[in-house]
Design a protein around this ligand. Structure first.
Ligand code: ADP
Ligand code: TRP
Length: 328
């Protein structure tokens, strides 16, 4: 056992990450993965996405875009591991063992299923056992800590329960029982309409999108109708709220002052926001484009990650199979 703390988390492959994903989840995770003594396992949960996405090209493109975004933002794959869930098929074997430990009421109570309880015809077996695959994702890699948002808290409790039940039946210390790290105070990045930025509300800023598209989104930010020459309140303005999430102290103070003095139009403020975003994300945007035009580079990185992940997975599964009395 090394002294490295293994931190693991999964990201669904539902689209190209937007500014909310980047500021709220990805950059903090990268910061954490860079800390000494931490080894981060980060994977793209394409097997989970299969419960809802049926289109091969969509799933593949989403997966590549998510990987490209992590790489472009500087996730260090020498120190850490970036892989695609479906590349390590051993996870489905562990899922089966854990399925046999999962009582029906526990699964019926899970949010992933419960949220669709009134549309049962749309629920497939994969969706019903979604938390079991998630438990296998975590337990297969002996993760110590799993940082997730509040919405995943229940799934982590299920993971801990399943690991505990397995260990009681087949030997303590077979599986590492992980700690959940719920980040309660993640900053909520507002969307172009002032609600939480989300793919599902179509109010996002596609920070990796072509400049023209990003410009259109920025120009579409909803503002009030205060005339150009009048003073404006920066704190109730969607443009300023986004600006202050990326600007330096000086830039913030300067724009705040010009809002309050009057004579600054919202159109101008939007232009400044766009320029700031393009400037701050110049390198990641260029890197993202490069990865997406040469997806072989992404595949190479993912293959490297899969090899490392598979190695860890094999060790765990040998321990599990031995405990179950199966051949190793
Ligand atoms: P979306 O709402 O666009 O579908 P997801 O639910 O896939 O986004 O979120 C992926 C990650 O990004 C999660 O960790 C989530 O907490 C974070 N995230 C999403 N939207 C925001 C936001 N507006 N502000 C901060 N973090 C966000
Ligand atoms: N269910 C998680 C989500 O929707 C994604 C996920 C899959 C995950 N497996 C995981 C997160 C394992 C943490 C650990 O956000």
């Amino acid at each position: 056992m090394s002294h490295t703390k293994r931190v693991l988390t999964g990201i669904q492959s539902t689209g190209v990450p937007h500014l909310g994903n980047v500021l709220g989840a990805m950059l903090p995770a990268i910061e954490m993965s860079n800390r000494p003594g931490v080894e981060a396992y980060l994977f793209i949960a394409d097997l989970h996405s299969l419960t809802t996405i049926r289109d091969t090209a969509t799933l593949r493109n989403n997966t590549l875009a998510v990987a490209a975004a992590w790489l472009a933002l500087g996730f260090d794959t020498n120190k850490n591991v970036l892989y695609r869930q479906s590349d390590v098929t051993l996870v489905t074997e562990l899922t089966w063992y854990l399925n046999c430990m999962a009582p029906y009421p526990m699964l019926a109570n899970a949010h992933s299923f419960k949220d669709r309880q009134n549309r049962l015809a749309e629920v497939n077996g994969g969706l019903f056992t979604y938390p079991v695959l998630m438990a296998a994702d975590i337990l297969l890699y002996d993760a110590h800590e799993v940082p997730v948002g509040k919405d995943q808290k229940q799934h982590l409790e299920i993971t801990r329960d399943l690991a505990g039940a397995f260990n009681r039946a087949y030997g303590e210390n077979t599986l590492v029982v992980p700690k959940s790290v719920i980040n309660e105070q993640v900053k909520v990045v507002p969307g172009t309409d002032g609600q939480k930025m989300s793919k599902s509300y179509n109010n996002f800023l596609g920070i990796f999108a072509p400049e023209k598209e990003l410009k259109k989104q920025v120009m579409g930010i909803i503002t009030d109708s205060t005339p150009l020459e009048e003073p404006k309140d920066p704190d109730s303005c969607n443009v300023f709220k986004l600006y202050e999430l990326v600007a330096t102290q000086e830039q913030k103070a300067s724009l705040r002052d010009r809002y309050q003095r009057g004579g600054l139009g919202y159109g101008h403020a939007k232009k400044e926001l766009l320029e700031l975003l393009l400037e701050q994300f110049r390198e990641p945007r260029a890197a993202f484009d490069q990865y997406m035009t040469d997806t072989g580079m992404i595949e190479e990185k993912l293959a490297e990650g899969a090899a490392k992940a598979r190695n860890t997975a094999k060790n765990t599964l040998n321990r599990v199979r031995e405990a179950l009395g199966f051949s190793v």
